[in-house]
Design a protein around this ligand. Structure first.
Ligand code: ADP
Length: 446
């Protein structure tokens, strides 16, 4: 500013001096006026150049010059650069934010005030079958036609979810989504979706499980209460009393077995996966299993003309890593099932075999009634029984194979079931090679 003022004054003085030198005092005034006019004209031209540059809209194209107008142009250029940098920063942040939402496992849809889709992430597109290009600006109400969604959309409540059917839902493979709408901006809505199929299935399983357990316990309890009332109200002779007490003991034992199986199942589910530190020799597992099953077979075939033909092949000199109690539970469940479902006179063969890849197979083969193919995939479900009455008669709880499945999974093994209706069944557990090693006297637990 000082430079500007000084240059103006210097020019005026120079104009006046030249005028005075040429023609005396009147010419000095004219010289000063002319010098002032010249200064303002030059200044005006420079200002006009800057203004013309501004009219182009890009301060980077402003002319480079000195003086006040040059400084003004420089500052404008600097301001523009700062503005651009800020814009790039916020664009980058927006991009990162969008990328994070894109990667989210939850569905996110941005709706405008009319309910048109402005933006959605790939998860939401998959949830509702939205084509991000084709369905851009489409009304969400036209794309998601589930009545539960329509009702929620008409009366949205950001504090609760609507459970709607997702894309690709079918009878065999349900897809359930939890949807929630939040308001933001001027009437805009943020729609969040979350796949809750597994959660819903777990909840349904829990309900079924509680219903099944209640049913399983209620039946023997009803029978027991009936017998107690009979004993209380009727004058019974000694033989009848003994018979009733025997039946009551059976029902009590049935409840006890059920509770014990439930506890086993919950213990298995609640404990950490068995490590590879505990090794049990196969001959120990086999001997324990054989003892249990011999006793069970004798009990079941008592009074029958023919007992079971039980065949326990001697196990190889190997040891198995895992929880000893769980392994025993799984093996004895398979062998006792074979004995329980095979009528007297039938045969049950138990064998251990090393497979070519180093895995170890434990198999139980029986000549029992077999299982029809349609039941096979469901055998390991809790309380699933093919022959309900035979299961109950022989003290079954419907939880045996569910326990086996859990133990097998926890040991990284595989349960293989083959069965031919009317001919017999073969249940086998294949343990991975990593859980098998040669049995040495030291490796066997005391
Ligand atoms: P349960 O206590 O009723 O035996 P499980 O879970 O052990 O329950 O078995 C489920 C069902 O599978 C049984 O009810 C039975 O119908 C069938 N099953 C299991 N093992 C055999 C087998 N060896 N032979 C024929 N059916 C079997």
């Amino acid at each position: 500013m000082w430079l500007r003022f000084t240059s103006f004054v210097v020019l005026l003085v120079a104009g006046a001096a030249i005028g005075w030198w040429l023609r005396g005092w009147p010419a000095a005034c004219a010289g000063m006026l002319l010098a002032g006019l010249a200064w303002w004209t030059v200044d005006l031209v420079r200002a006009l150049r800057v203004l013309r540059g501004l009219r182009d809209g890009d301060p980077q194209n402003l002319p480079r010059m000195g003086g006040l107008w040059g400084e003004f142009a420089d500052r404008l250029r600097r301001l523009q650069r700062i503005g651009e940098r800020r814009q790039q920063d916020s664009e980058r942040r927006l991009q990162e934010f969008l990328e994070a939402i894109q990667a989210s496992s939850n569905g996110v849809i941005l709706l405008d005030a009319e309910g048109r889709i402005n933006w959605c992430n790939p998860t939401a597109a998959a949830h509702f079958g939205i084509d991000t290009e084709r369905d851009h600006e489409q009304l969400i109400g036209n794309l998601v036609r589930d009545p539960a969604f329509t009702a929620y959309y008409a009366n949205p409540d950001p504090t609760r979810n609507a459970i709607v059917t997702g894309r690709g839902d079918s009878a065999g493979r349900p897809v359930r989504l939890a949807v929630r709408l939040h308001f933001y901006g001027e009437g805009r809505r943020l729609m969040l979706s979350n796949d809750v199929t597994a959660l819903e299935q777990a909840e349904a399983m829990r309900r079924d499980f509680v219903a099944n357990v209640s049913h399983e316990i209620r039946t023997p309890l009803t029978v027991l209460t009936g017998f107690v009332e009979t004993l209380q109200s009727l004058p019974l002779d000694e033989t009848e009393r003994a018979r009733y007490l025997e039946l009551m003991a059976q029902q009590a034992s049935r409840m006890q077995t059920l509770v014990s199986d439930l506890l086993t199942l919950s213990r298995i589910e609640g404990s950490p996966p068995p490590g590879r530190g505990e090794w049990t020799a196969l001959d120990q597992l086999s001997a324990e299993c054989e003892d249990e099953v011999q006793a069970l077979s004798a009990l079941l075939t008592a009074g029958q003309s023919a007992p079971h033909a039980l065949e326990f092949a001697p196990p190889p000199a190997l040891a198995l890593a895992g929880s000893r109690t769980e392994l025993m539970s799984a093996l004895s469940n398979l062998v006792s099932n074979a004995v329980r479902y095979t009528p007297g006179g039938g045969s049950v063969k138990v064998a251990w075999q090393t497979l070519p890849a180093g895995q170890l197979e434990f198999s139980v083969e029986d000549t029992g009634p077999g299982v029809a193919p349609e039941h096979l995939p469901r055998l390991t479900e809790r309380f699933y029984r093919v022959d309900r009455s035979r299961s109950r008669e022989t003290g079954g709880t419907g939880l045996g194979l569910a326990i086996v499945k859990h133990v097998v999974q926890r040991h990284g093994a595989e349960l293989r079931i083959q069965s031919v209706l009317g001919k017999g069944s073969r249940f086998a557990i294949v343990f991975p090679a990593s859980r098998v090693r040669a049995s040495t006297p030291l490796s066997a637990p005391v």
